[in-house]
Design a protein. Sequence first.
Length: 305
Amino acid sequence: MCNTLNEGELIGLDGTLSRAYSRAEEVAASDRRPALWGEPGVGKETFACLVARLTFPRVRSFTHFCADKLDDERWNALLNDPPEFLRDGVLYLSSFERAPQNFSNLLARAALSGTLKFRVIFGFSCPFRQLRTESVSPEVWEVAAGFPIYLPPLRERSVDVPDLARLFFKQACVRRGVWRDPLSIQELAKLAALQWRDNLDGLRRVVERVVETDVFPKDFDDKFVETPAPARVLSESPESDSDDRDFLTIDEAAKRHIEEALRRRRGVIEGKRGAAALLGINPHTLRARMRKLGIDADSFRRDDE
């Protein structure tokens, strides 16, 4: 059904995206109407395809339209005479908060009443609080807040960056028909430490530039990353109050704990005085977790030791 389901953008389903995936499974088992929330570039289109597969497994097509790029003729077609491929499929309508108000009100009303001739998943890129304070119709608010699924920005998914970068690197090599030496642990750690301005899109563009030039940048343009990078920036989620937004995930807590052990042992992993012994785990297990979390032991070693 869906030819946009990119496995790379779904890295983290068992970790950083586990909450979003659980909510997708919940909505698939109910008659609720999902709305996807998140900054531009976090992979909402891909996740909408996943939701469509879970919720409407028998539909034959998946289509993505950006609400602020549709002209009046297409809006009228959606409301009155949608094309045949939409009637048999699912439409993901992104940036719905930027749709012309007259059309967004009519479409939301039709979706709520069940008179639409196709299935639709609404996407929102603005902060939840911003839409809540704007003068939107009750119908638009209902489709926005009825069953929100929040996708976090890449800066809150730093543990996923190494796996994403590896996959984007492999895809870029295949697409260009070239071979490049894989990204090193140090390079992956540097990518994971950045605050990506365009989320997955920004990371993908940087990795593709590395494949194209075979040079890893010493510095990064501020069109790709936020400068100066905040230590940790949390985005508002429509699913919960602010009380939980400073709560570390298991991977984030594990990364900090391992880094503290490496700092105390000055980068030494093995032996009685190594970080593995301090953490009470096997050195091989520690190295595997470090690779997954993008931790480089060399950065904790001292030159004078």
